[in-house]
Design a protein around this ligand. Structure first.
Ligand code: PLP
Length: 402
């Protein structure tokens, strides 16, 4: 008798495997074999969590803060999040309008589980962050991809949005500054989105995880500042992963209408119960303590951004939008599609990323992972030395394609 493979759930079979996985696995294998792989694929700051935050985590361990916490997170942390929103943005939230989850991604997951089901459509401006479509699909709903134009700096054109609205549209997910493009939605765009959301009763999810890493002068346009009424239908996602270099601690938070947060708490109570007690204490130190760390980090990114954008734009056939925030660049390399390297023909971003890894030992993320095949994402959360060597290798590898 042959052993039958155990069958998996339909929802797992429906989720598409990430196109980044193959390139990632290969990069890891190459690195393990001793190859000098330069990693431009990482989606996290190249900084350590600041010492005062680590100390708060250690103190929580030493003081015996070891048990289950309240499902939505400890009250102190939710109060600190409210105070931070008030001080930084002027927004008023109460602690029962805040949920702390196991990272920003988990906050999104709780939102989708609490709000969406079969038949619901969620508008996702594209290029999008890799996890938005699968999180929507895991809730049984349908992602509707709304294309953003590189020529318009990836801002959303409202005329285009209208083509994707149906009676089933329930929500739009905003990410500004964006991963992968670094672009920011303009005030005019947000006003138009706000108007449509009010008219149609949509939920707005605004993923603000990069809002401390903005290179433009002045205030970052925000959907909540467009029209006061929108607060009743907006979920604000943020966290400490990027702003305090705490990706491994797994703390993110959502602010929103009480009844939606309560529904998300129900989901959390039956899944993770609460985020790590120790990580919550560390996040409390981050959110309530001095705010100079994110500024220092941003200042370190400024020369790197300038360098990598300049280097990319100087390569023949490459266009590159200047990112206004976050720590990624998203150059268009599609002019190299159709070219060959030896017997290998490059026809898309996955094949190009694969070629760059083989030929130049550069680990990048193909645009296909973000729903935009003409592009490749490079993270500049890495040292200037790596950036310079990486751009030299990129230029040489691209020049070899004929
Ligand atoms: C990193 C990131 C998040 C949050 O990540 P967590 O590690 O789960 O806190 C959310 N949205 C975007 C766009 C990100 O890049």
């Amino acid at each position: 008798m042959t052993t039958q493979e155990i069958q998996l759930a339909e929802r797992v079979r429906q989720i598409k495997p990430s196109p980044t996985l193959a390139v990632n696995a290969k990069a890891k294998a190459l690195k393990a074999s001793g190859a000098d792989v330069l990693n431009f694929s990482v989606g996290e700051p190249d900084f350590d969590t600041p010492p005062h935050v680590c100390e708060a985590g250690k103190a929580a361990i030493d003081e015996g803060f070891h048990r289950y916490t309240a499902v939505p997170g400890i009250l102190e942390l939710r109060e600190a999040v409210c105070a931070r929103f008030k001080e930084d943005k002027g927004w008023t939230y109460e602690p029962d309008q805040i949920q702390v989850a196991c990272g920003g991604k988990h906050g999104l997951y709780n939102m989708a589980q609490a709000l969406f089901g079969p038949g619901d459509e969620v508008l996702i401006p594209t290029p999008y962050w890799v996890s938005y479509p699968p999180i929507v699909e895991l809730a049984g709903a349908t992602p509707v991809l709304v294309p953003l134009d590189e020529a318009k700096d990836f801002d959303l054109e409202v005329g285009i949005l209208e083509k994707y609205i149906t009676p089933n549209t329930r929500c739009i997910i905003l990410n500004s500054p964006s991963n992968p493009t670094g672009s920011i939605f303009s005030q005019a765009t947000l006003e138009a989105i706000g108007k449509a959301a009010l008219q149609n009763g949509w939920v707005i999810i605004t993923d603000d995880i990069y809002d401390t890493i903005v290179y433009e002068e002045g205030t970052l346009p925000h959907i909540l500042d467009v029209d006061k009424r929108l607060v009743d239908q907006t979920l604000v996602l943020n966290g400490v992963s990027k702003s305090f270099a705490m990706t491994g601690w797994r703390i993110g938070y959502t602010a929103g209408p009480k009844h939606i947060i309560a529904a998300m708490n129900k989901i959390q109570s039956q899944s993770t119960s609460n985020p790590s007690s120790v990580a919550q204490k560390a996040a409390l130190a981050a959110v309530s303590g001095p705010q100079d760390f994110p500024v220092t980090m941003k200042e370190a990114f400024i020369p790197r951004r300038e360098y990598i954008v300049g280097a990319l734009r100087s390569i023949p056939g490459v266009t590159c939008v200047n990112p206004k925030g976050a720590f990624y660049v998203f150059p268009n390399l599609s002019s190299y599609f159709g070219r060959t390297a030896g017997d290998k023909k490059i026809t898309n971003s996955v094949e190009l990323a694969d070629y760059l890894l083989d030929e130049a030992l550069l680990a990048t993320v193909p645009g296909a992972a973000f729903g935009a095949d003409a592009f490749i994402r490079f993270s500049f959360a890495t040292s200037m030395d790596v950036l310079e060597e990486g751009m030299k290798r990129l230029r040489e590898a691209l020049a070899k394609l004929s």
